[in-house]
Design a protein around this ligand. Structure first.
Ligand code: HEM
Length: 221
């Protein structure tokens, strides 16, 4: 029964991540700069190329990341885990660097600092996870990968928080009329990213603590 619940939980989680991820990348799949949801900086010729590199590689990391946490795959098919891990970390590395550069051109200041902080945390946690596994420190590698995927998920959680936060502001009459949707999105996105960052990090640390406690109970530390 527990196994069935776990299976249903994993499948639902993956479906939600895949769904939101696909909605996020949809304006970019035709590689048409005119469809970009963010305003492109005309003085920066690589803006769109770096943005799309960031988006597609981040999407791959987002989708393959959860597979790394399925215990059965790790135990029974270690080579699959290793190869997916290499692809995942390469995607995070390239997408993180591209995301950092694109973030230098983000217009809203709160969003900009949120994106830049997120990019640095994404790259540092990936480096720490890689270093730990090169030194065969499995528990440390697991801990850094949980944190790293929590950062990957910030993009998704923020896209859930932003519409909810706009709805709350509308209901409380905090938005001036006529509504300027693009300006509202610009200012709410920064808050959404910060909130998602704190929330995801708290959940990640809680999951890590749970695992440490479970391991300690079994007396295997
Ligand atoms: C976790 C680290 C991430 C960082 C640091 C980051 C950084 C950025 C930055 C700086 C922008 C430009 C925003 C602007 O200038 O207004 C952006 C846009 C975007 N990112 Fe990321 N991102 C991350 C993760 C992801 C993930 C996992 C996805 C999933 C597909 C993703 C998809 C997108 C999309 C679709 C856009 C275009 C904006 C939009 O159309 O809403 N990002 N990102």
């Amino acid at each position: 029964m527990v196994k069935v619940r776990q299976y249903v939980g994993w499948s639902l989680g993956l479906l939600v991540i895949l769904g939101i991820g696909m909605v996020m990348i949809s304006p970019y799949v035709q590689l048409n700069p005119a469809q970009s949801r963010i305003r492109l900086e005309s003085s920066f010729s690589l803006h769109y190329a770096l943005l799309t590199t960031h988006i597609f590689l981040a999407f791959i990391a987002l989708v393959i990341g959860p597979l790394q946490f399925i215990p059965g795959v790790r135990r029974r098919f270690l080579f699959v885990h290793q190869n997916i891990g290499r692809v995942y970390l390469s995607c995070v590395l390239i997408s993180g660097i591209a995301g950092f550069i694109v973030g230098l051109y983000t217009r809203d200041f709160t969003s900009q600092i949120a994106f830049l902080t997120l990019a640095v945390l994404w790259l540092i946690s990936a480096t720490m996870a890689y270093r730990a596994i090169r030194r065969r420190r499995i528990a440390e590698h697991f801990t850094w990968m949980v944190r790293n995927y929590a950062f990957t998920l910030v993009a998704v959680v923020a896209r859930i928080i932003v519409p909810l936060s706009i709805l709350v502001q509308l209901l409380r009459g905090h938005l001036s009329r006529p509504l300027n949707i693009s300006q509202i999105l610009d200012t709410t996105l920064g808050t959404g990213i910060w909130l998602a960052l704190v929330l995801n990090l708290l959940v990640a640390e809680w999951l890590i603590l749970q695992r440490v406690q479970r391991t300690a109970k079994r007396g295997v530390i």
